[in-house]
Design a protein around this ligand. Sequence first.
Ligand SMILES: Nc1ncnc2c1ncn2[C@@H]1O[C@H](COP(=O)(O)OP(=O)(O)OP(=O)(O)O)[C@@H](O)[C@H]1O
Length: 255
Amino acid sequence: MFKTQSSKLIEIEHLSAGYDGKQVLSDVNLTVYQDDYLGIIGPNGGGKTTLMRLILGLMKPTEGTIRYFRKVKDESGETVLDENGEAKVEEVKEISMGYLPQYNQLDKQFPISVYEVVLAGLSKTKGLFSRYTQAQHQQVLDTLERMQLTEFKDRHIAALSGGQLQRVLLARAIVSKPDVVILDEPNTYIDRRFQKQMYEMLEQINKECAIIIVSHDVAEVLNNVKHIACVNQHLHYHDTADMPREKLEEHFLNV
Ligand SMILES: Nc1ncnc2c1ncn2[C@@H]1O[C@H](COP(=O)(O)OP(=O)(O)OP(=O)(O)O)[C@@H](O)[C@H]1O
């Protein structure tokens, strides 16, 4: 089993939020760590996507705070450690986040190629009127290679299988080397045969950044994540290393 004791990346305290005066999340507290792999599970309409939208800054809470932290580096670029030997962090206004949206939020007919989709993952790092640099184009090519997508580079996204499209969107989410990748129901893109491959890719990605994955596939999520949070207006949190797998399944399979 995994064990994480690393520095915080996102800290959520006493967060409440909703739509049109109807409360969807109440008094949510959650810490996401720098090298975290956090699974978010819960019933339909429980507030999982809402929590992701809040973390991404796409909507504002009615109460509570979300704070972001970055590792402190010295002049030579080395991470500074605190008294416990953990990376020292400082609060920052924002961190970089890659996002893989739910399948049903996607317009597959939008006229855009695989290369352009992945390049769009760098749009935040480019000035509004400036062009992408040679290095940024190379970054796209490297990411396509890593995701085994080079042969589909010029293909229209409507002409991809679900698994290929999922890899393209994952490539877009990681191309900027973000601090955290947020995946909302990534399994809806693929059939079960490809799930193993997806989790292997995520394990590799987790060596470089934190991952938050929303999923209905409780058993599969429990197999892969370091921490698990069950969201149903309130949030219940568990360290998967602290609880036997059977207990977690018993606890969560019926949510
Ligand atoms: N834009 C919106 N306007 C009004 N109500 C919304 C909006 N988005 C979500 N809701 C409502 O908020 C509640 C939580 O929705 P949310 O999408 O966060 O749940 P979820 O846990 O992600 O659900 P699912 O597992 O079905 O994707 C639901 O009752 C939903 O109908």
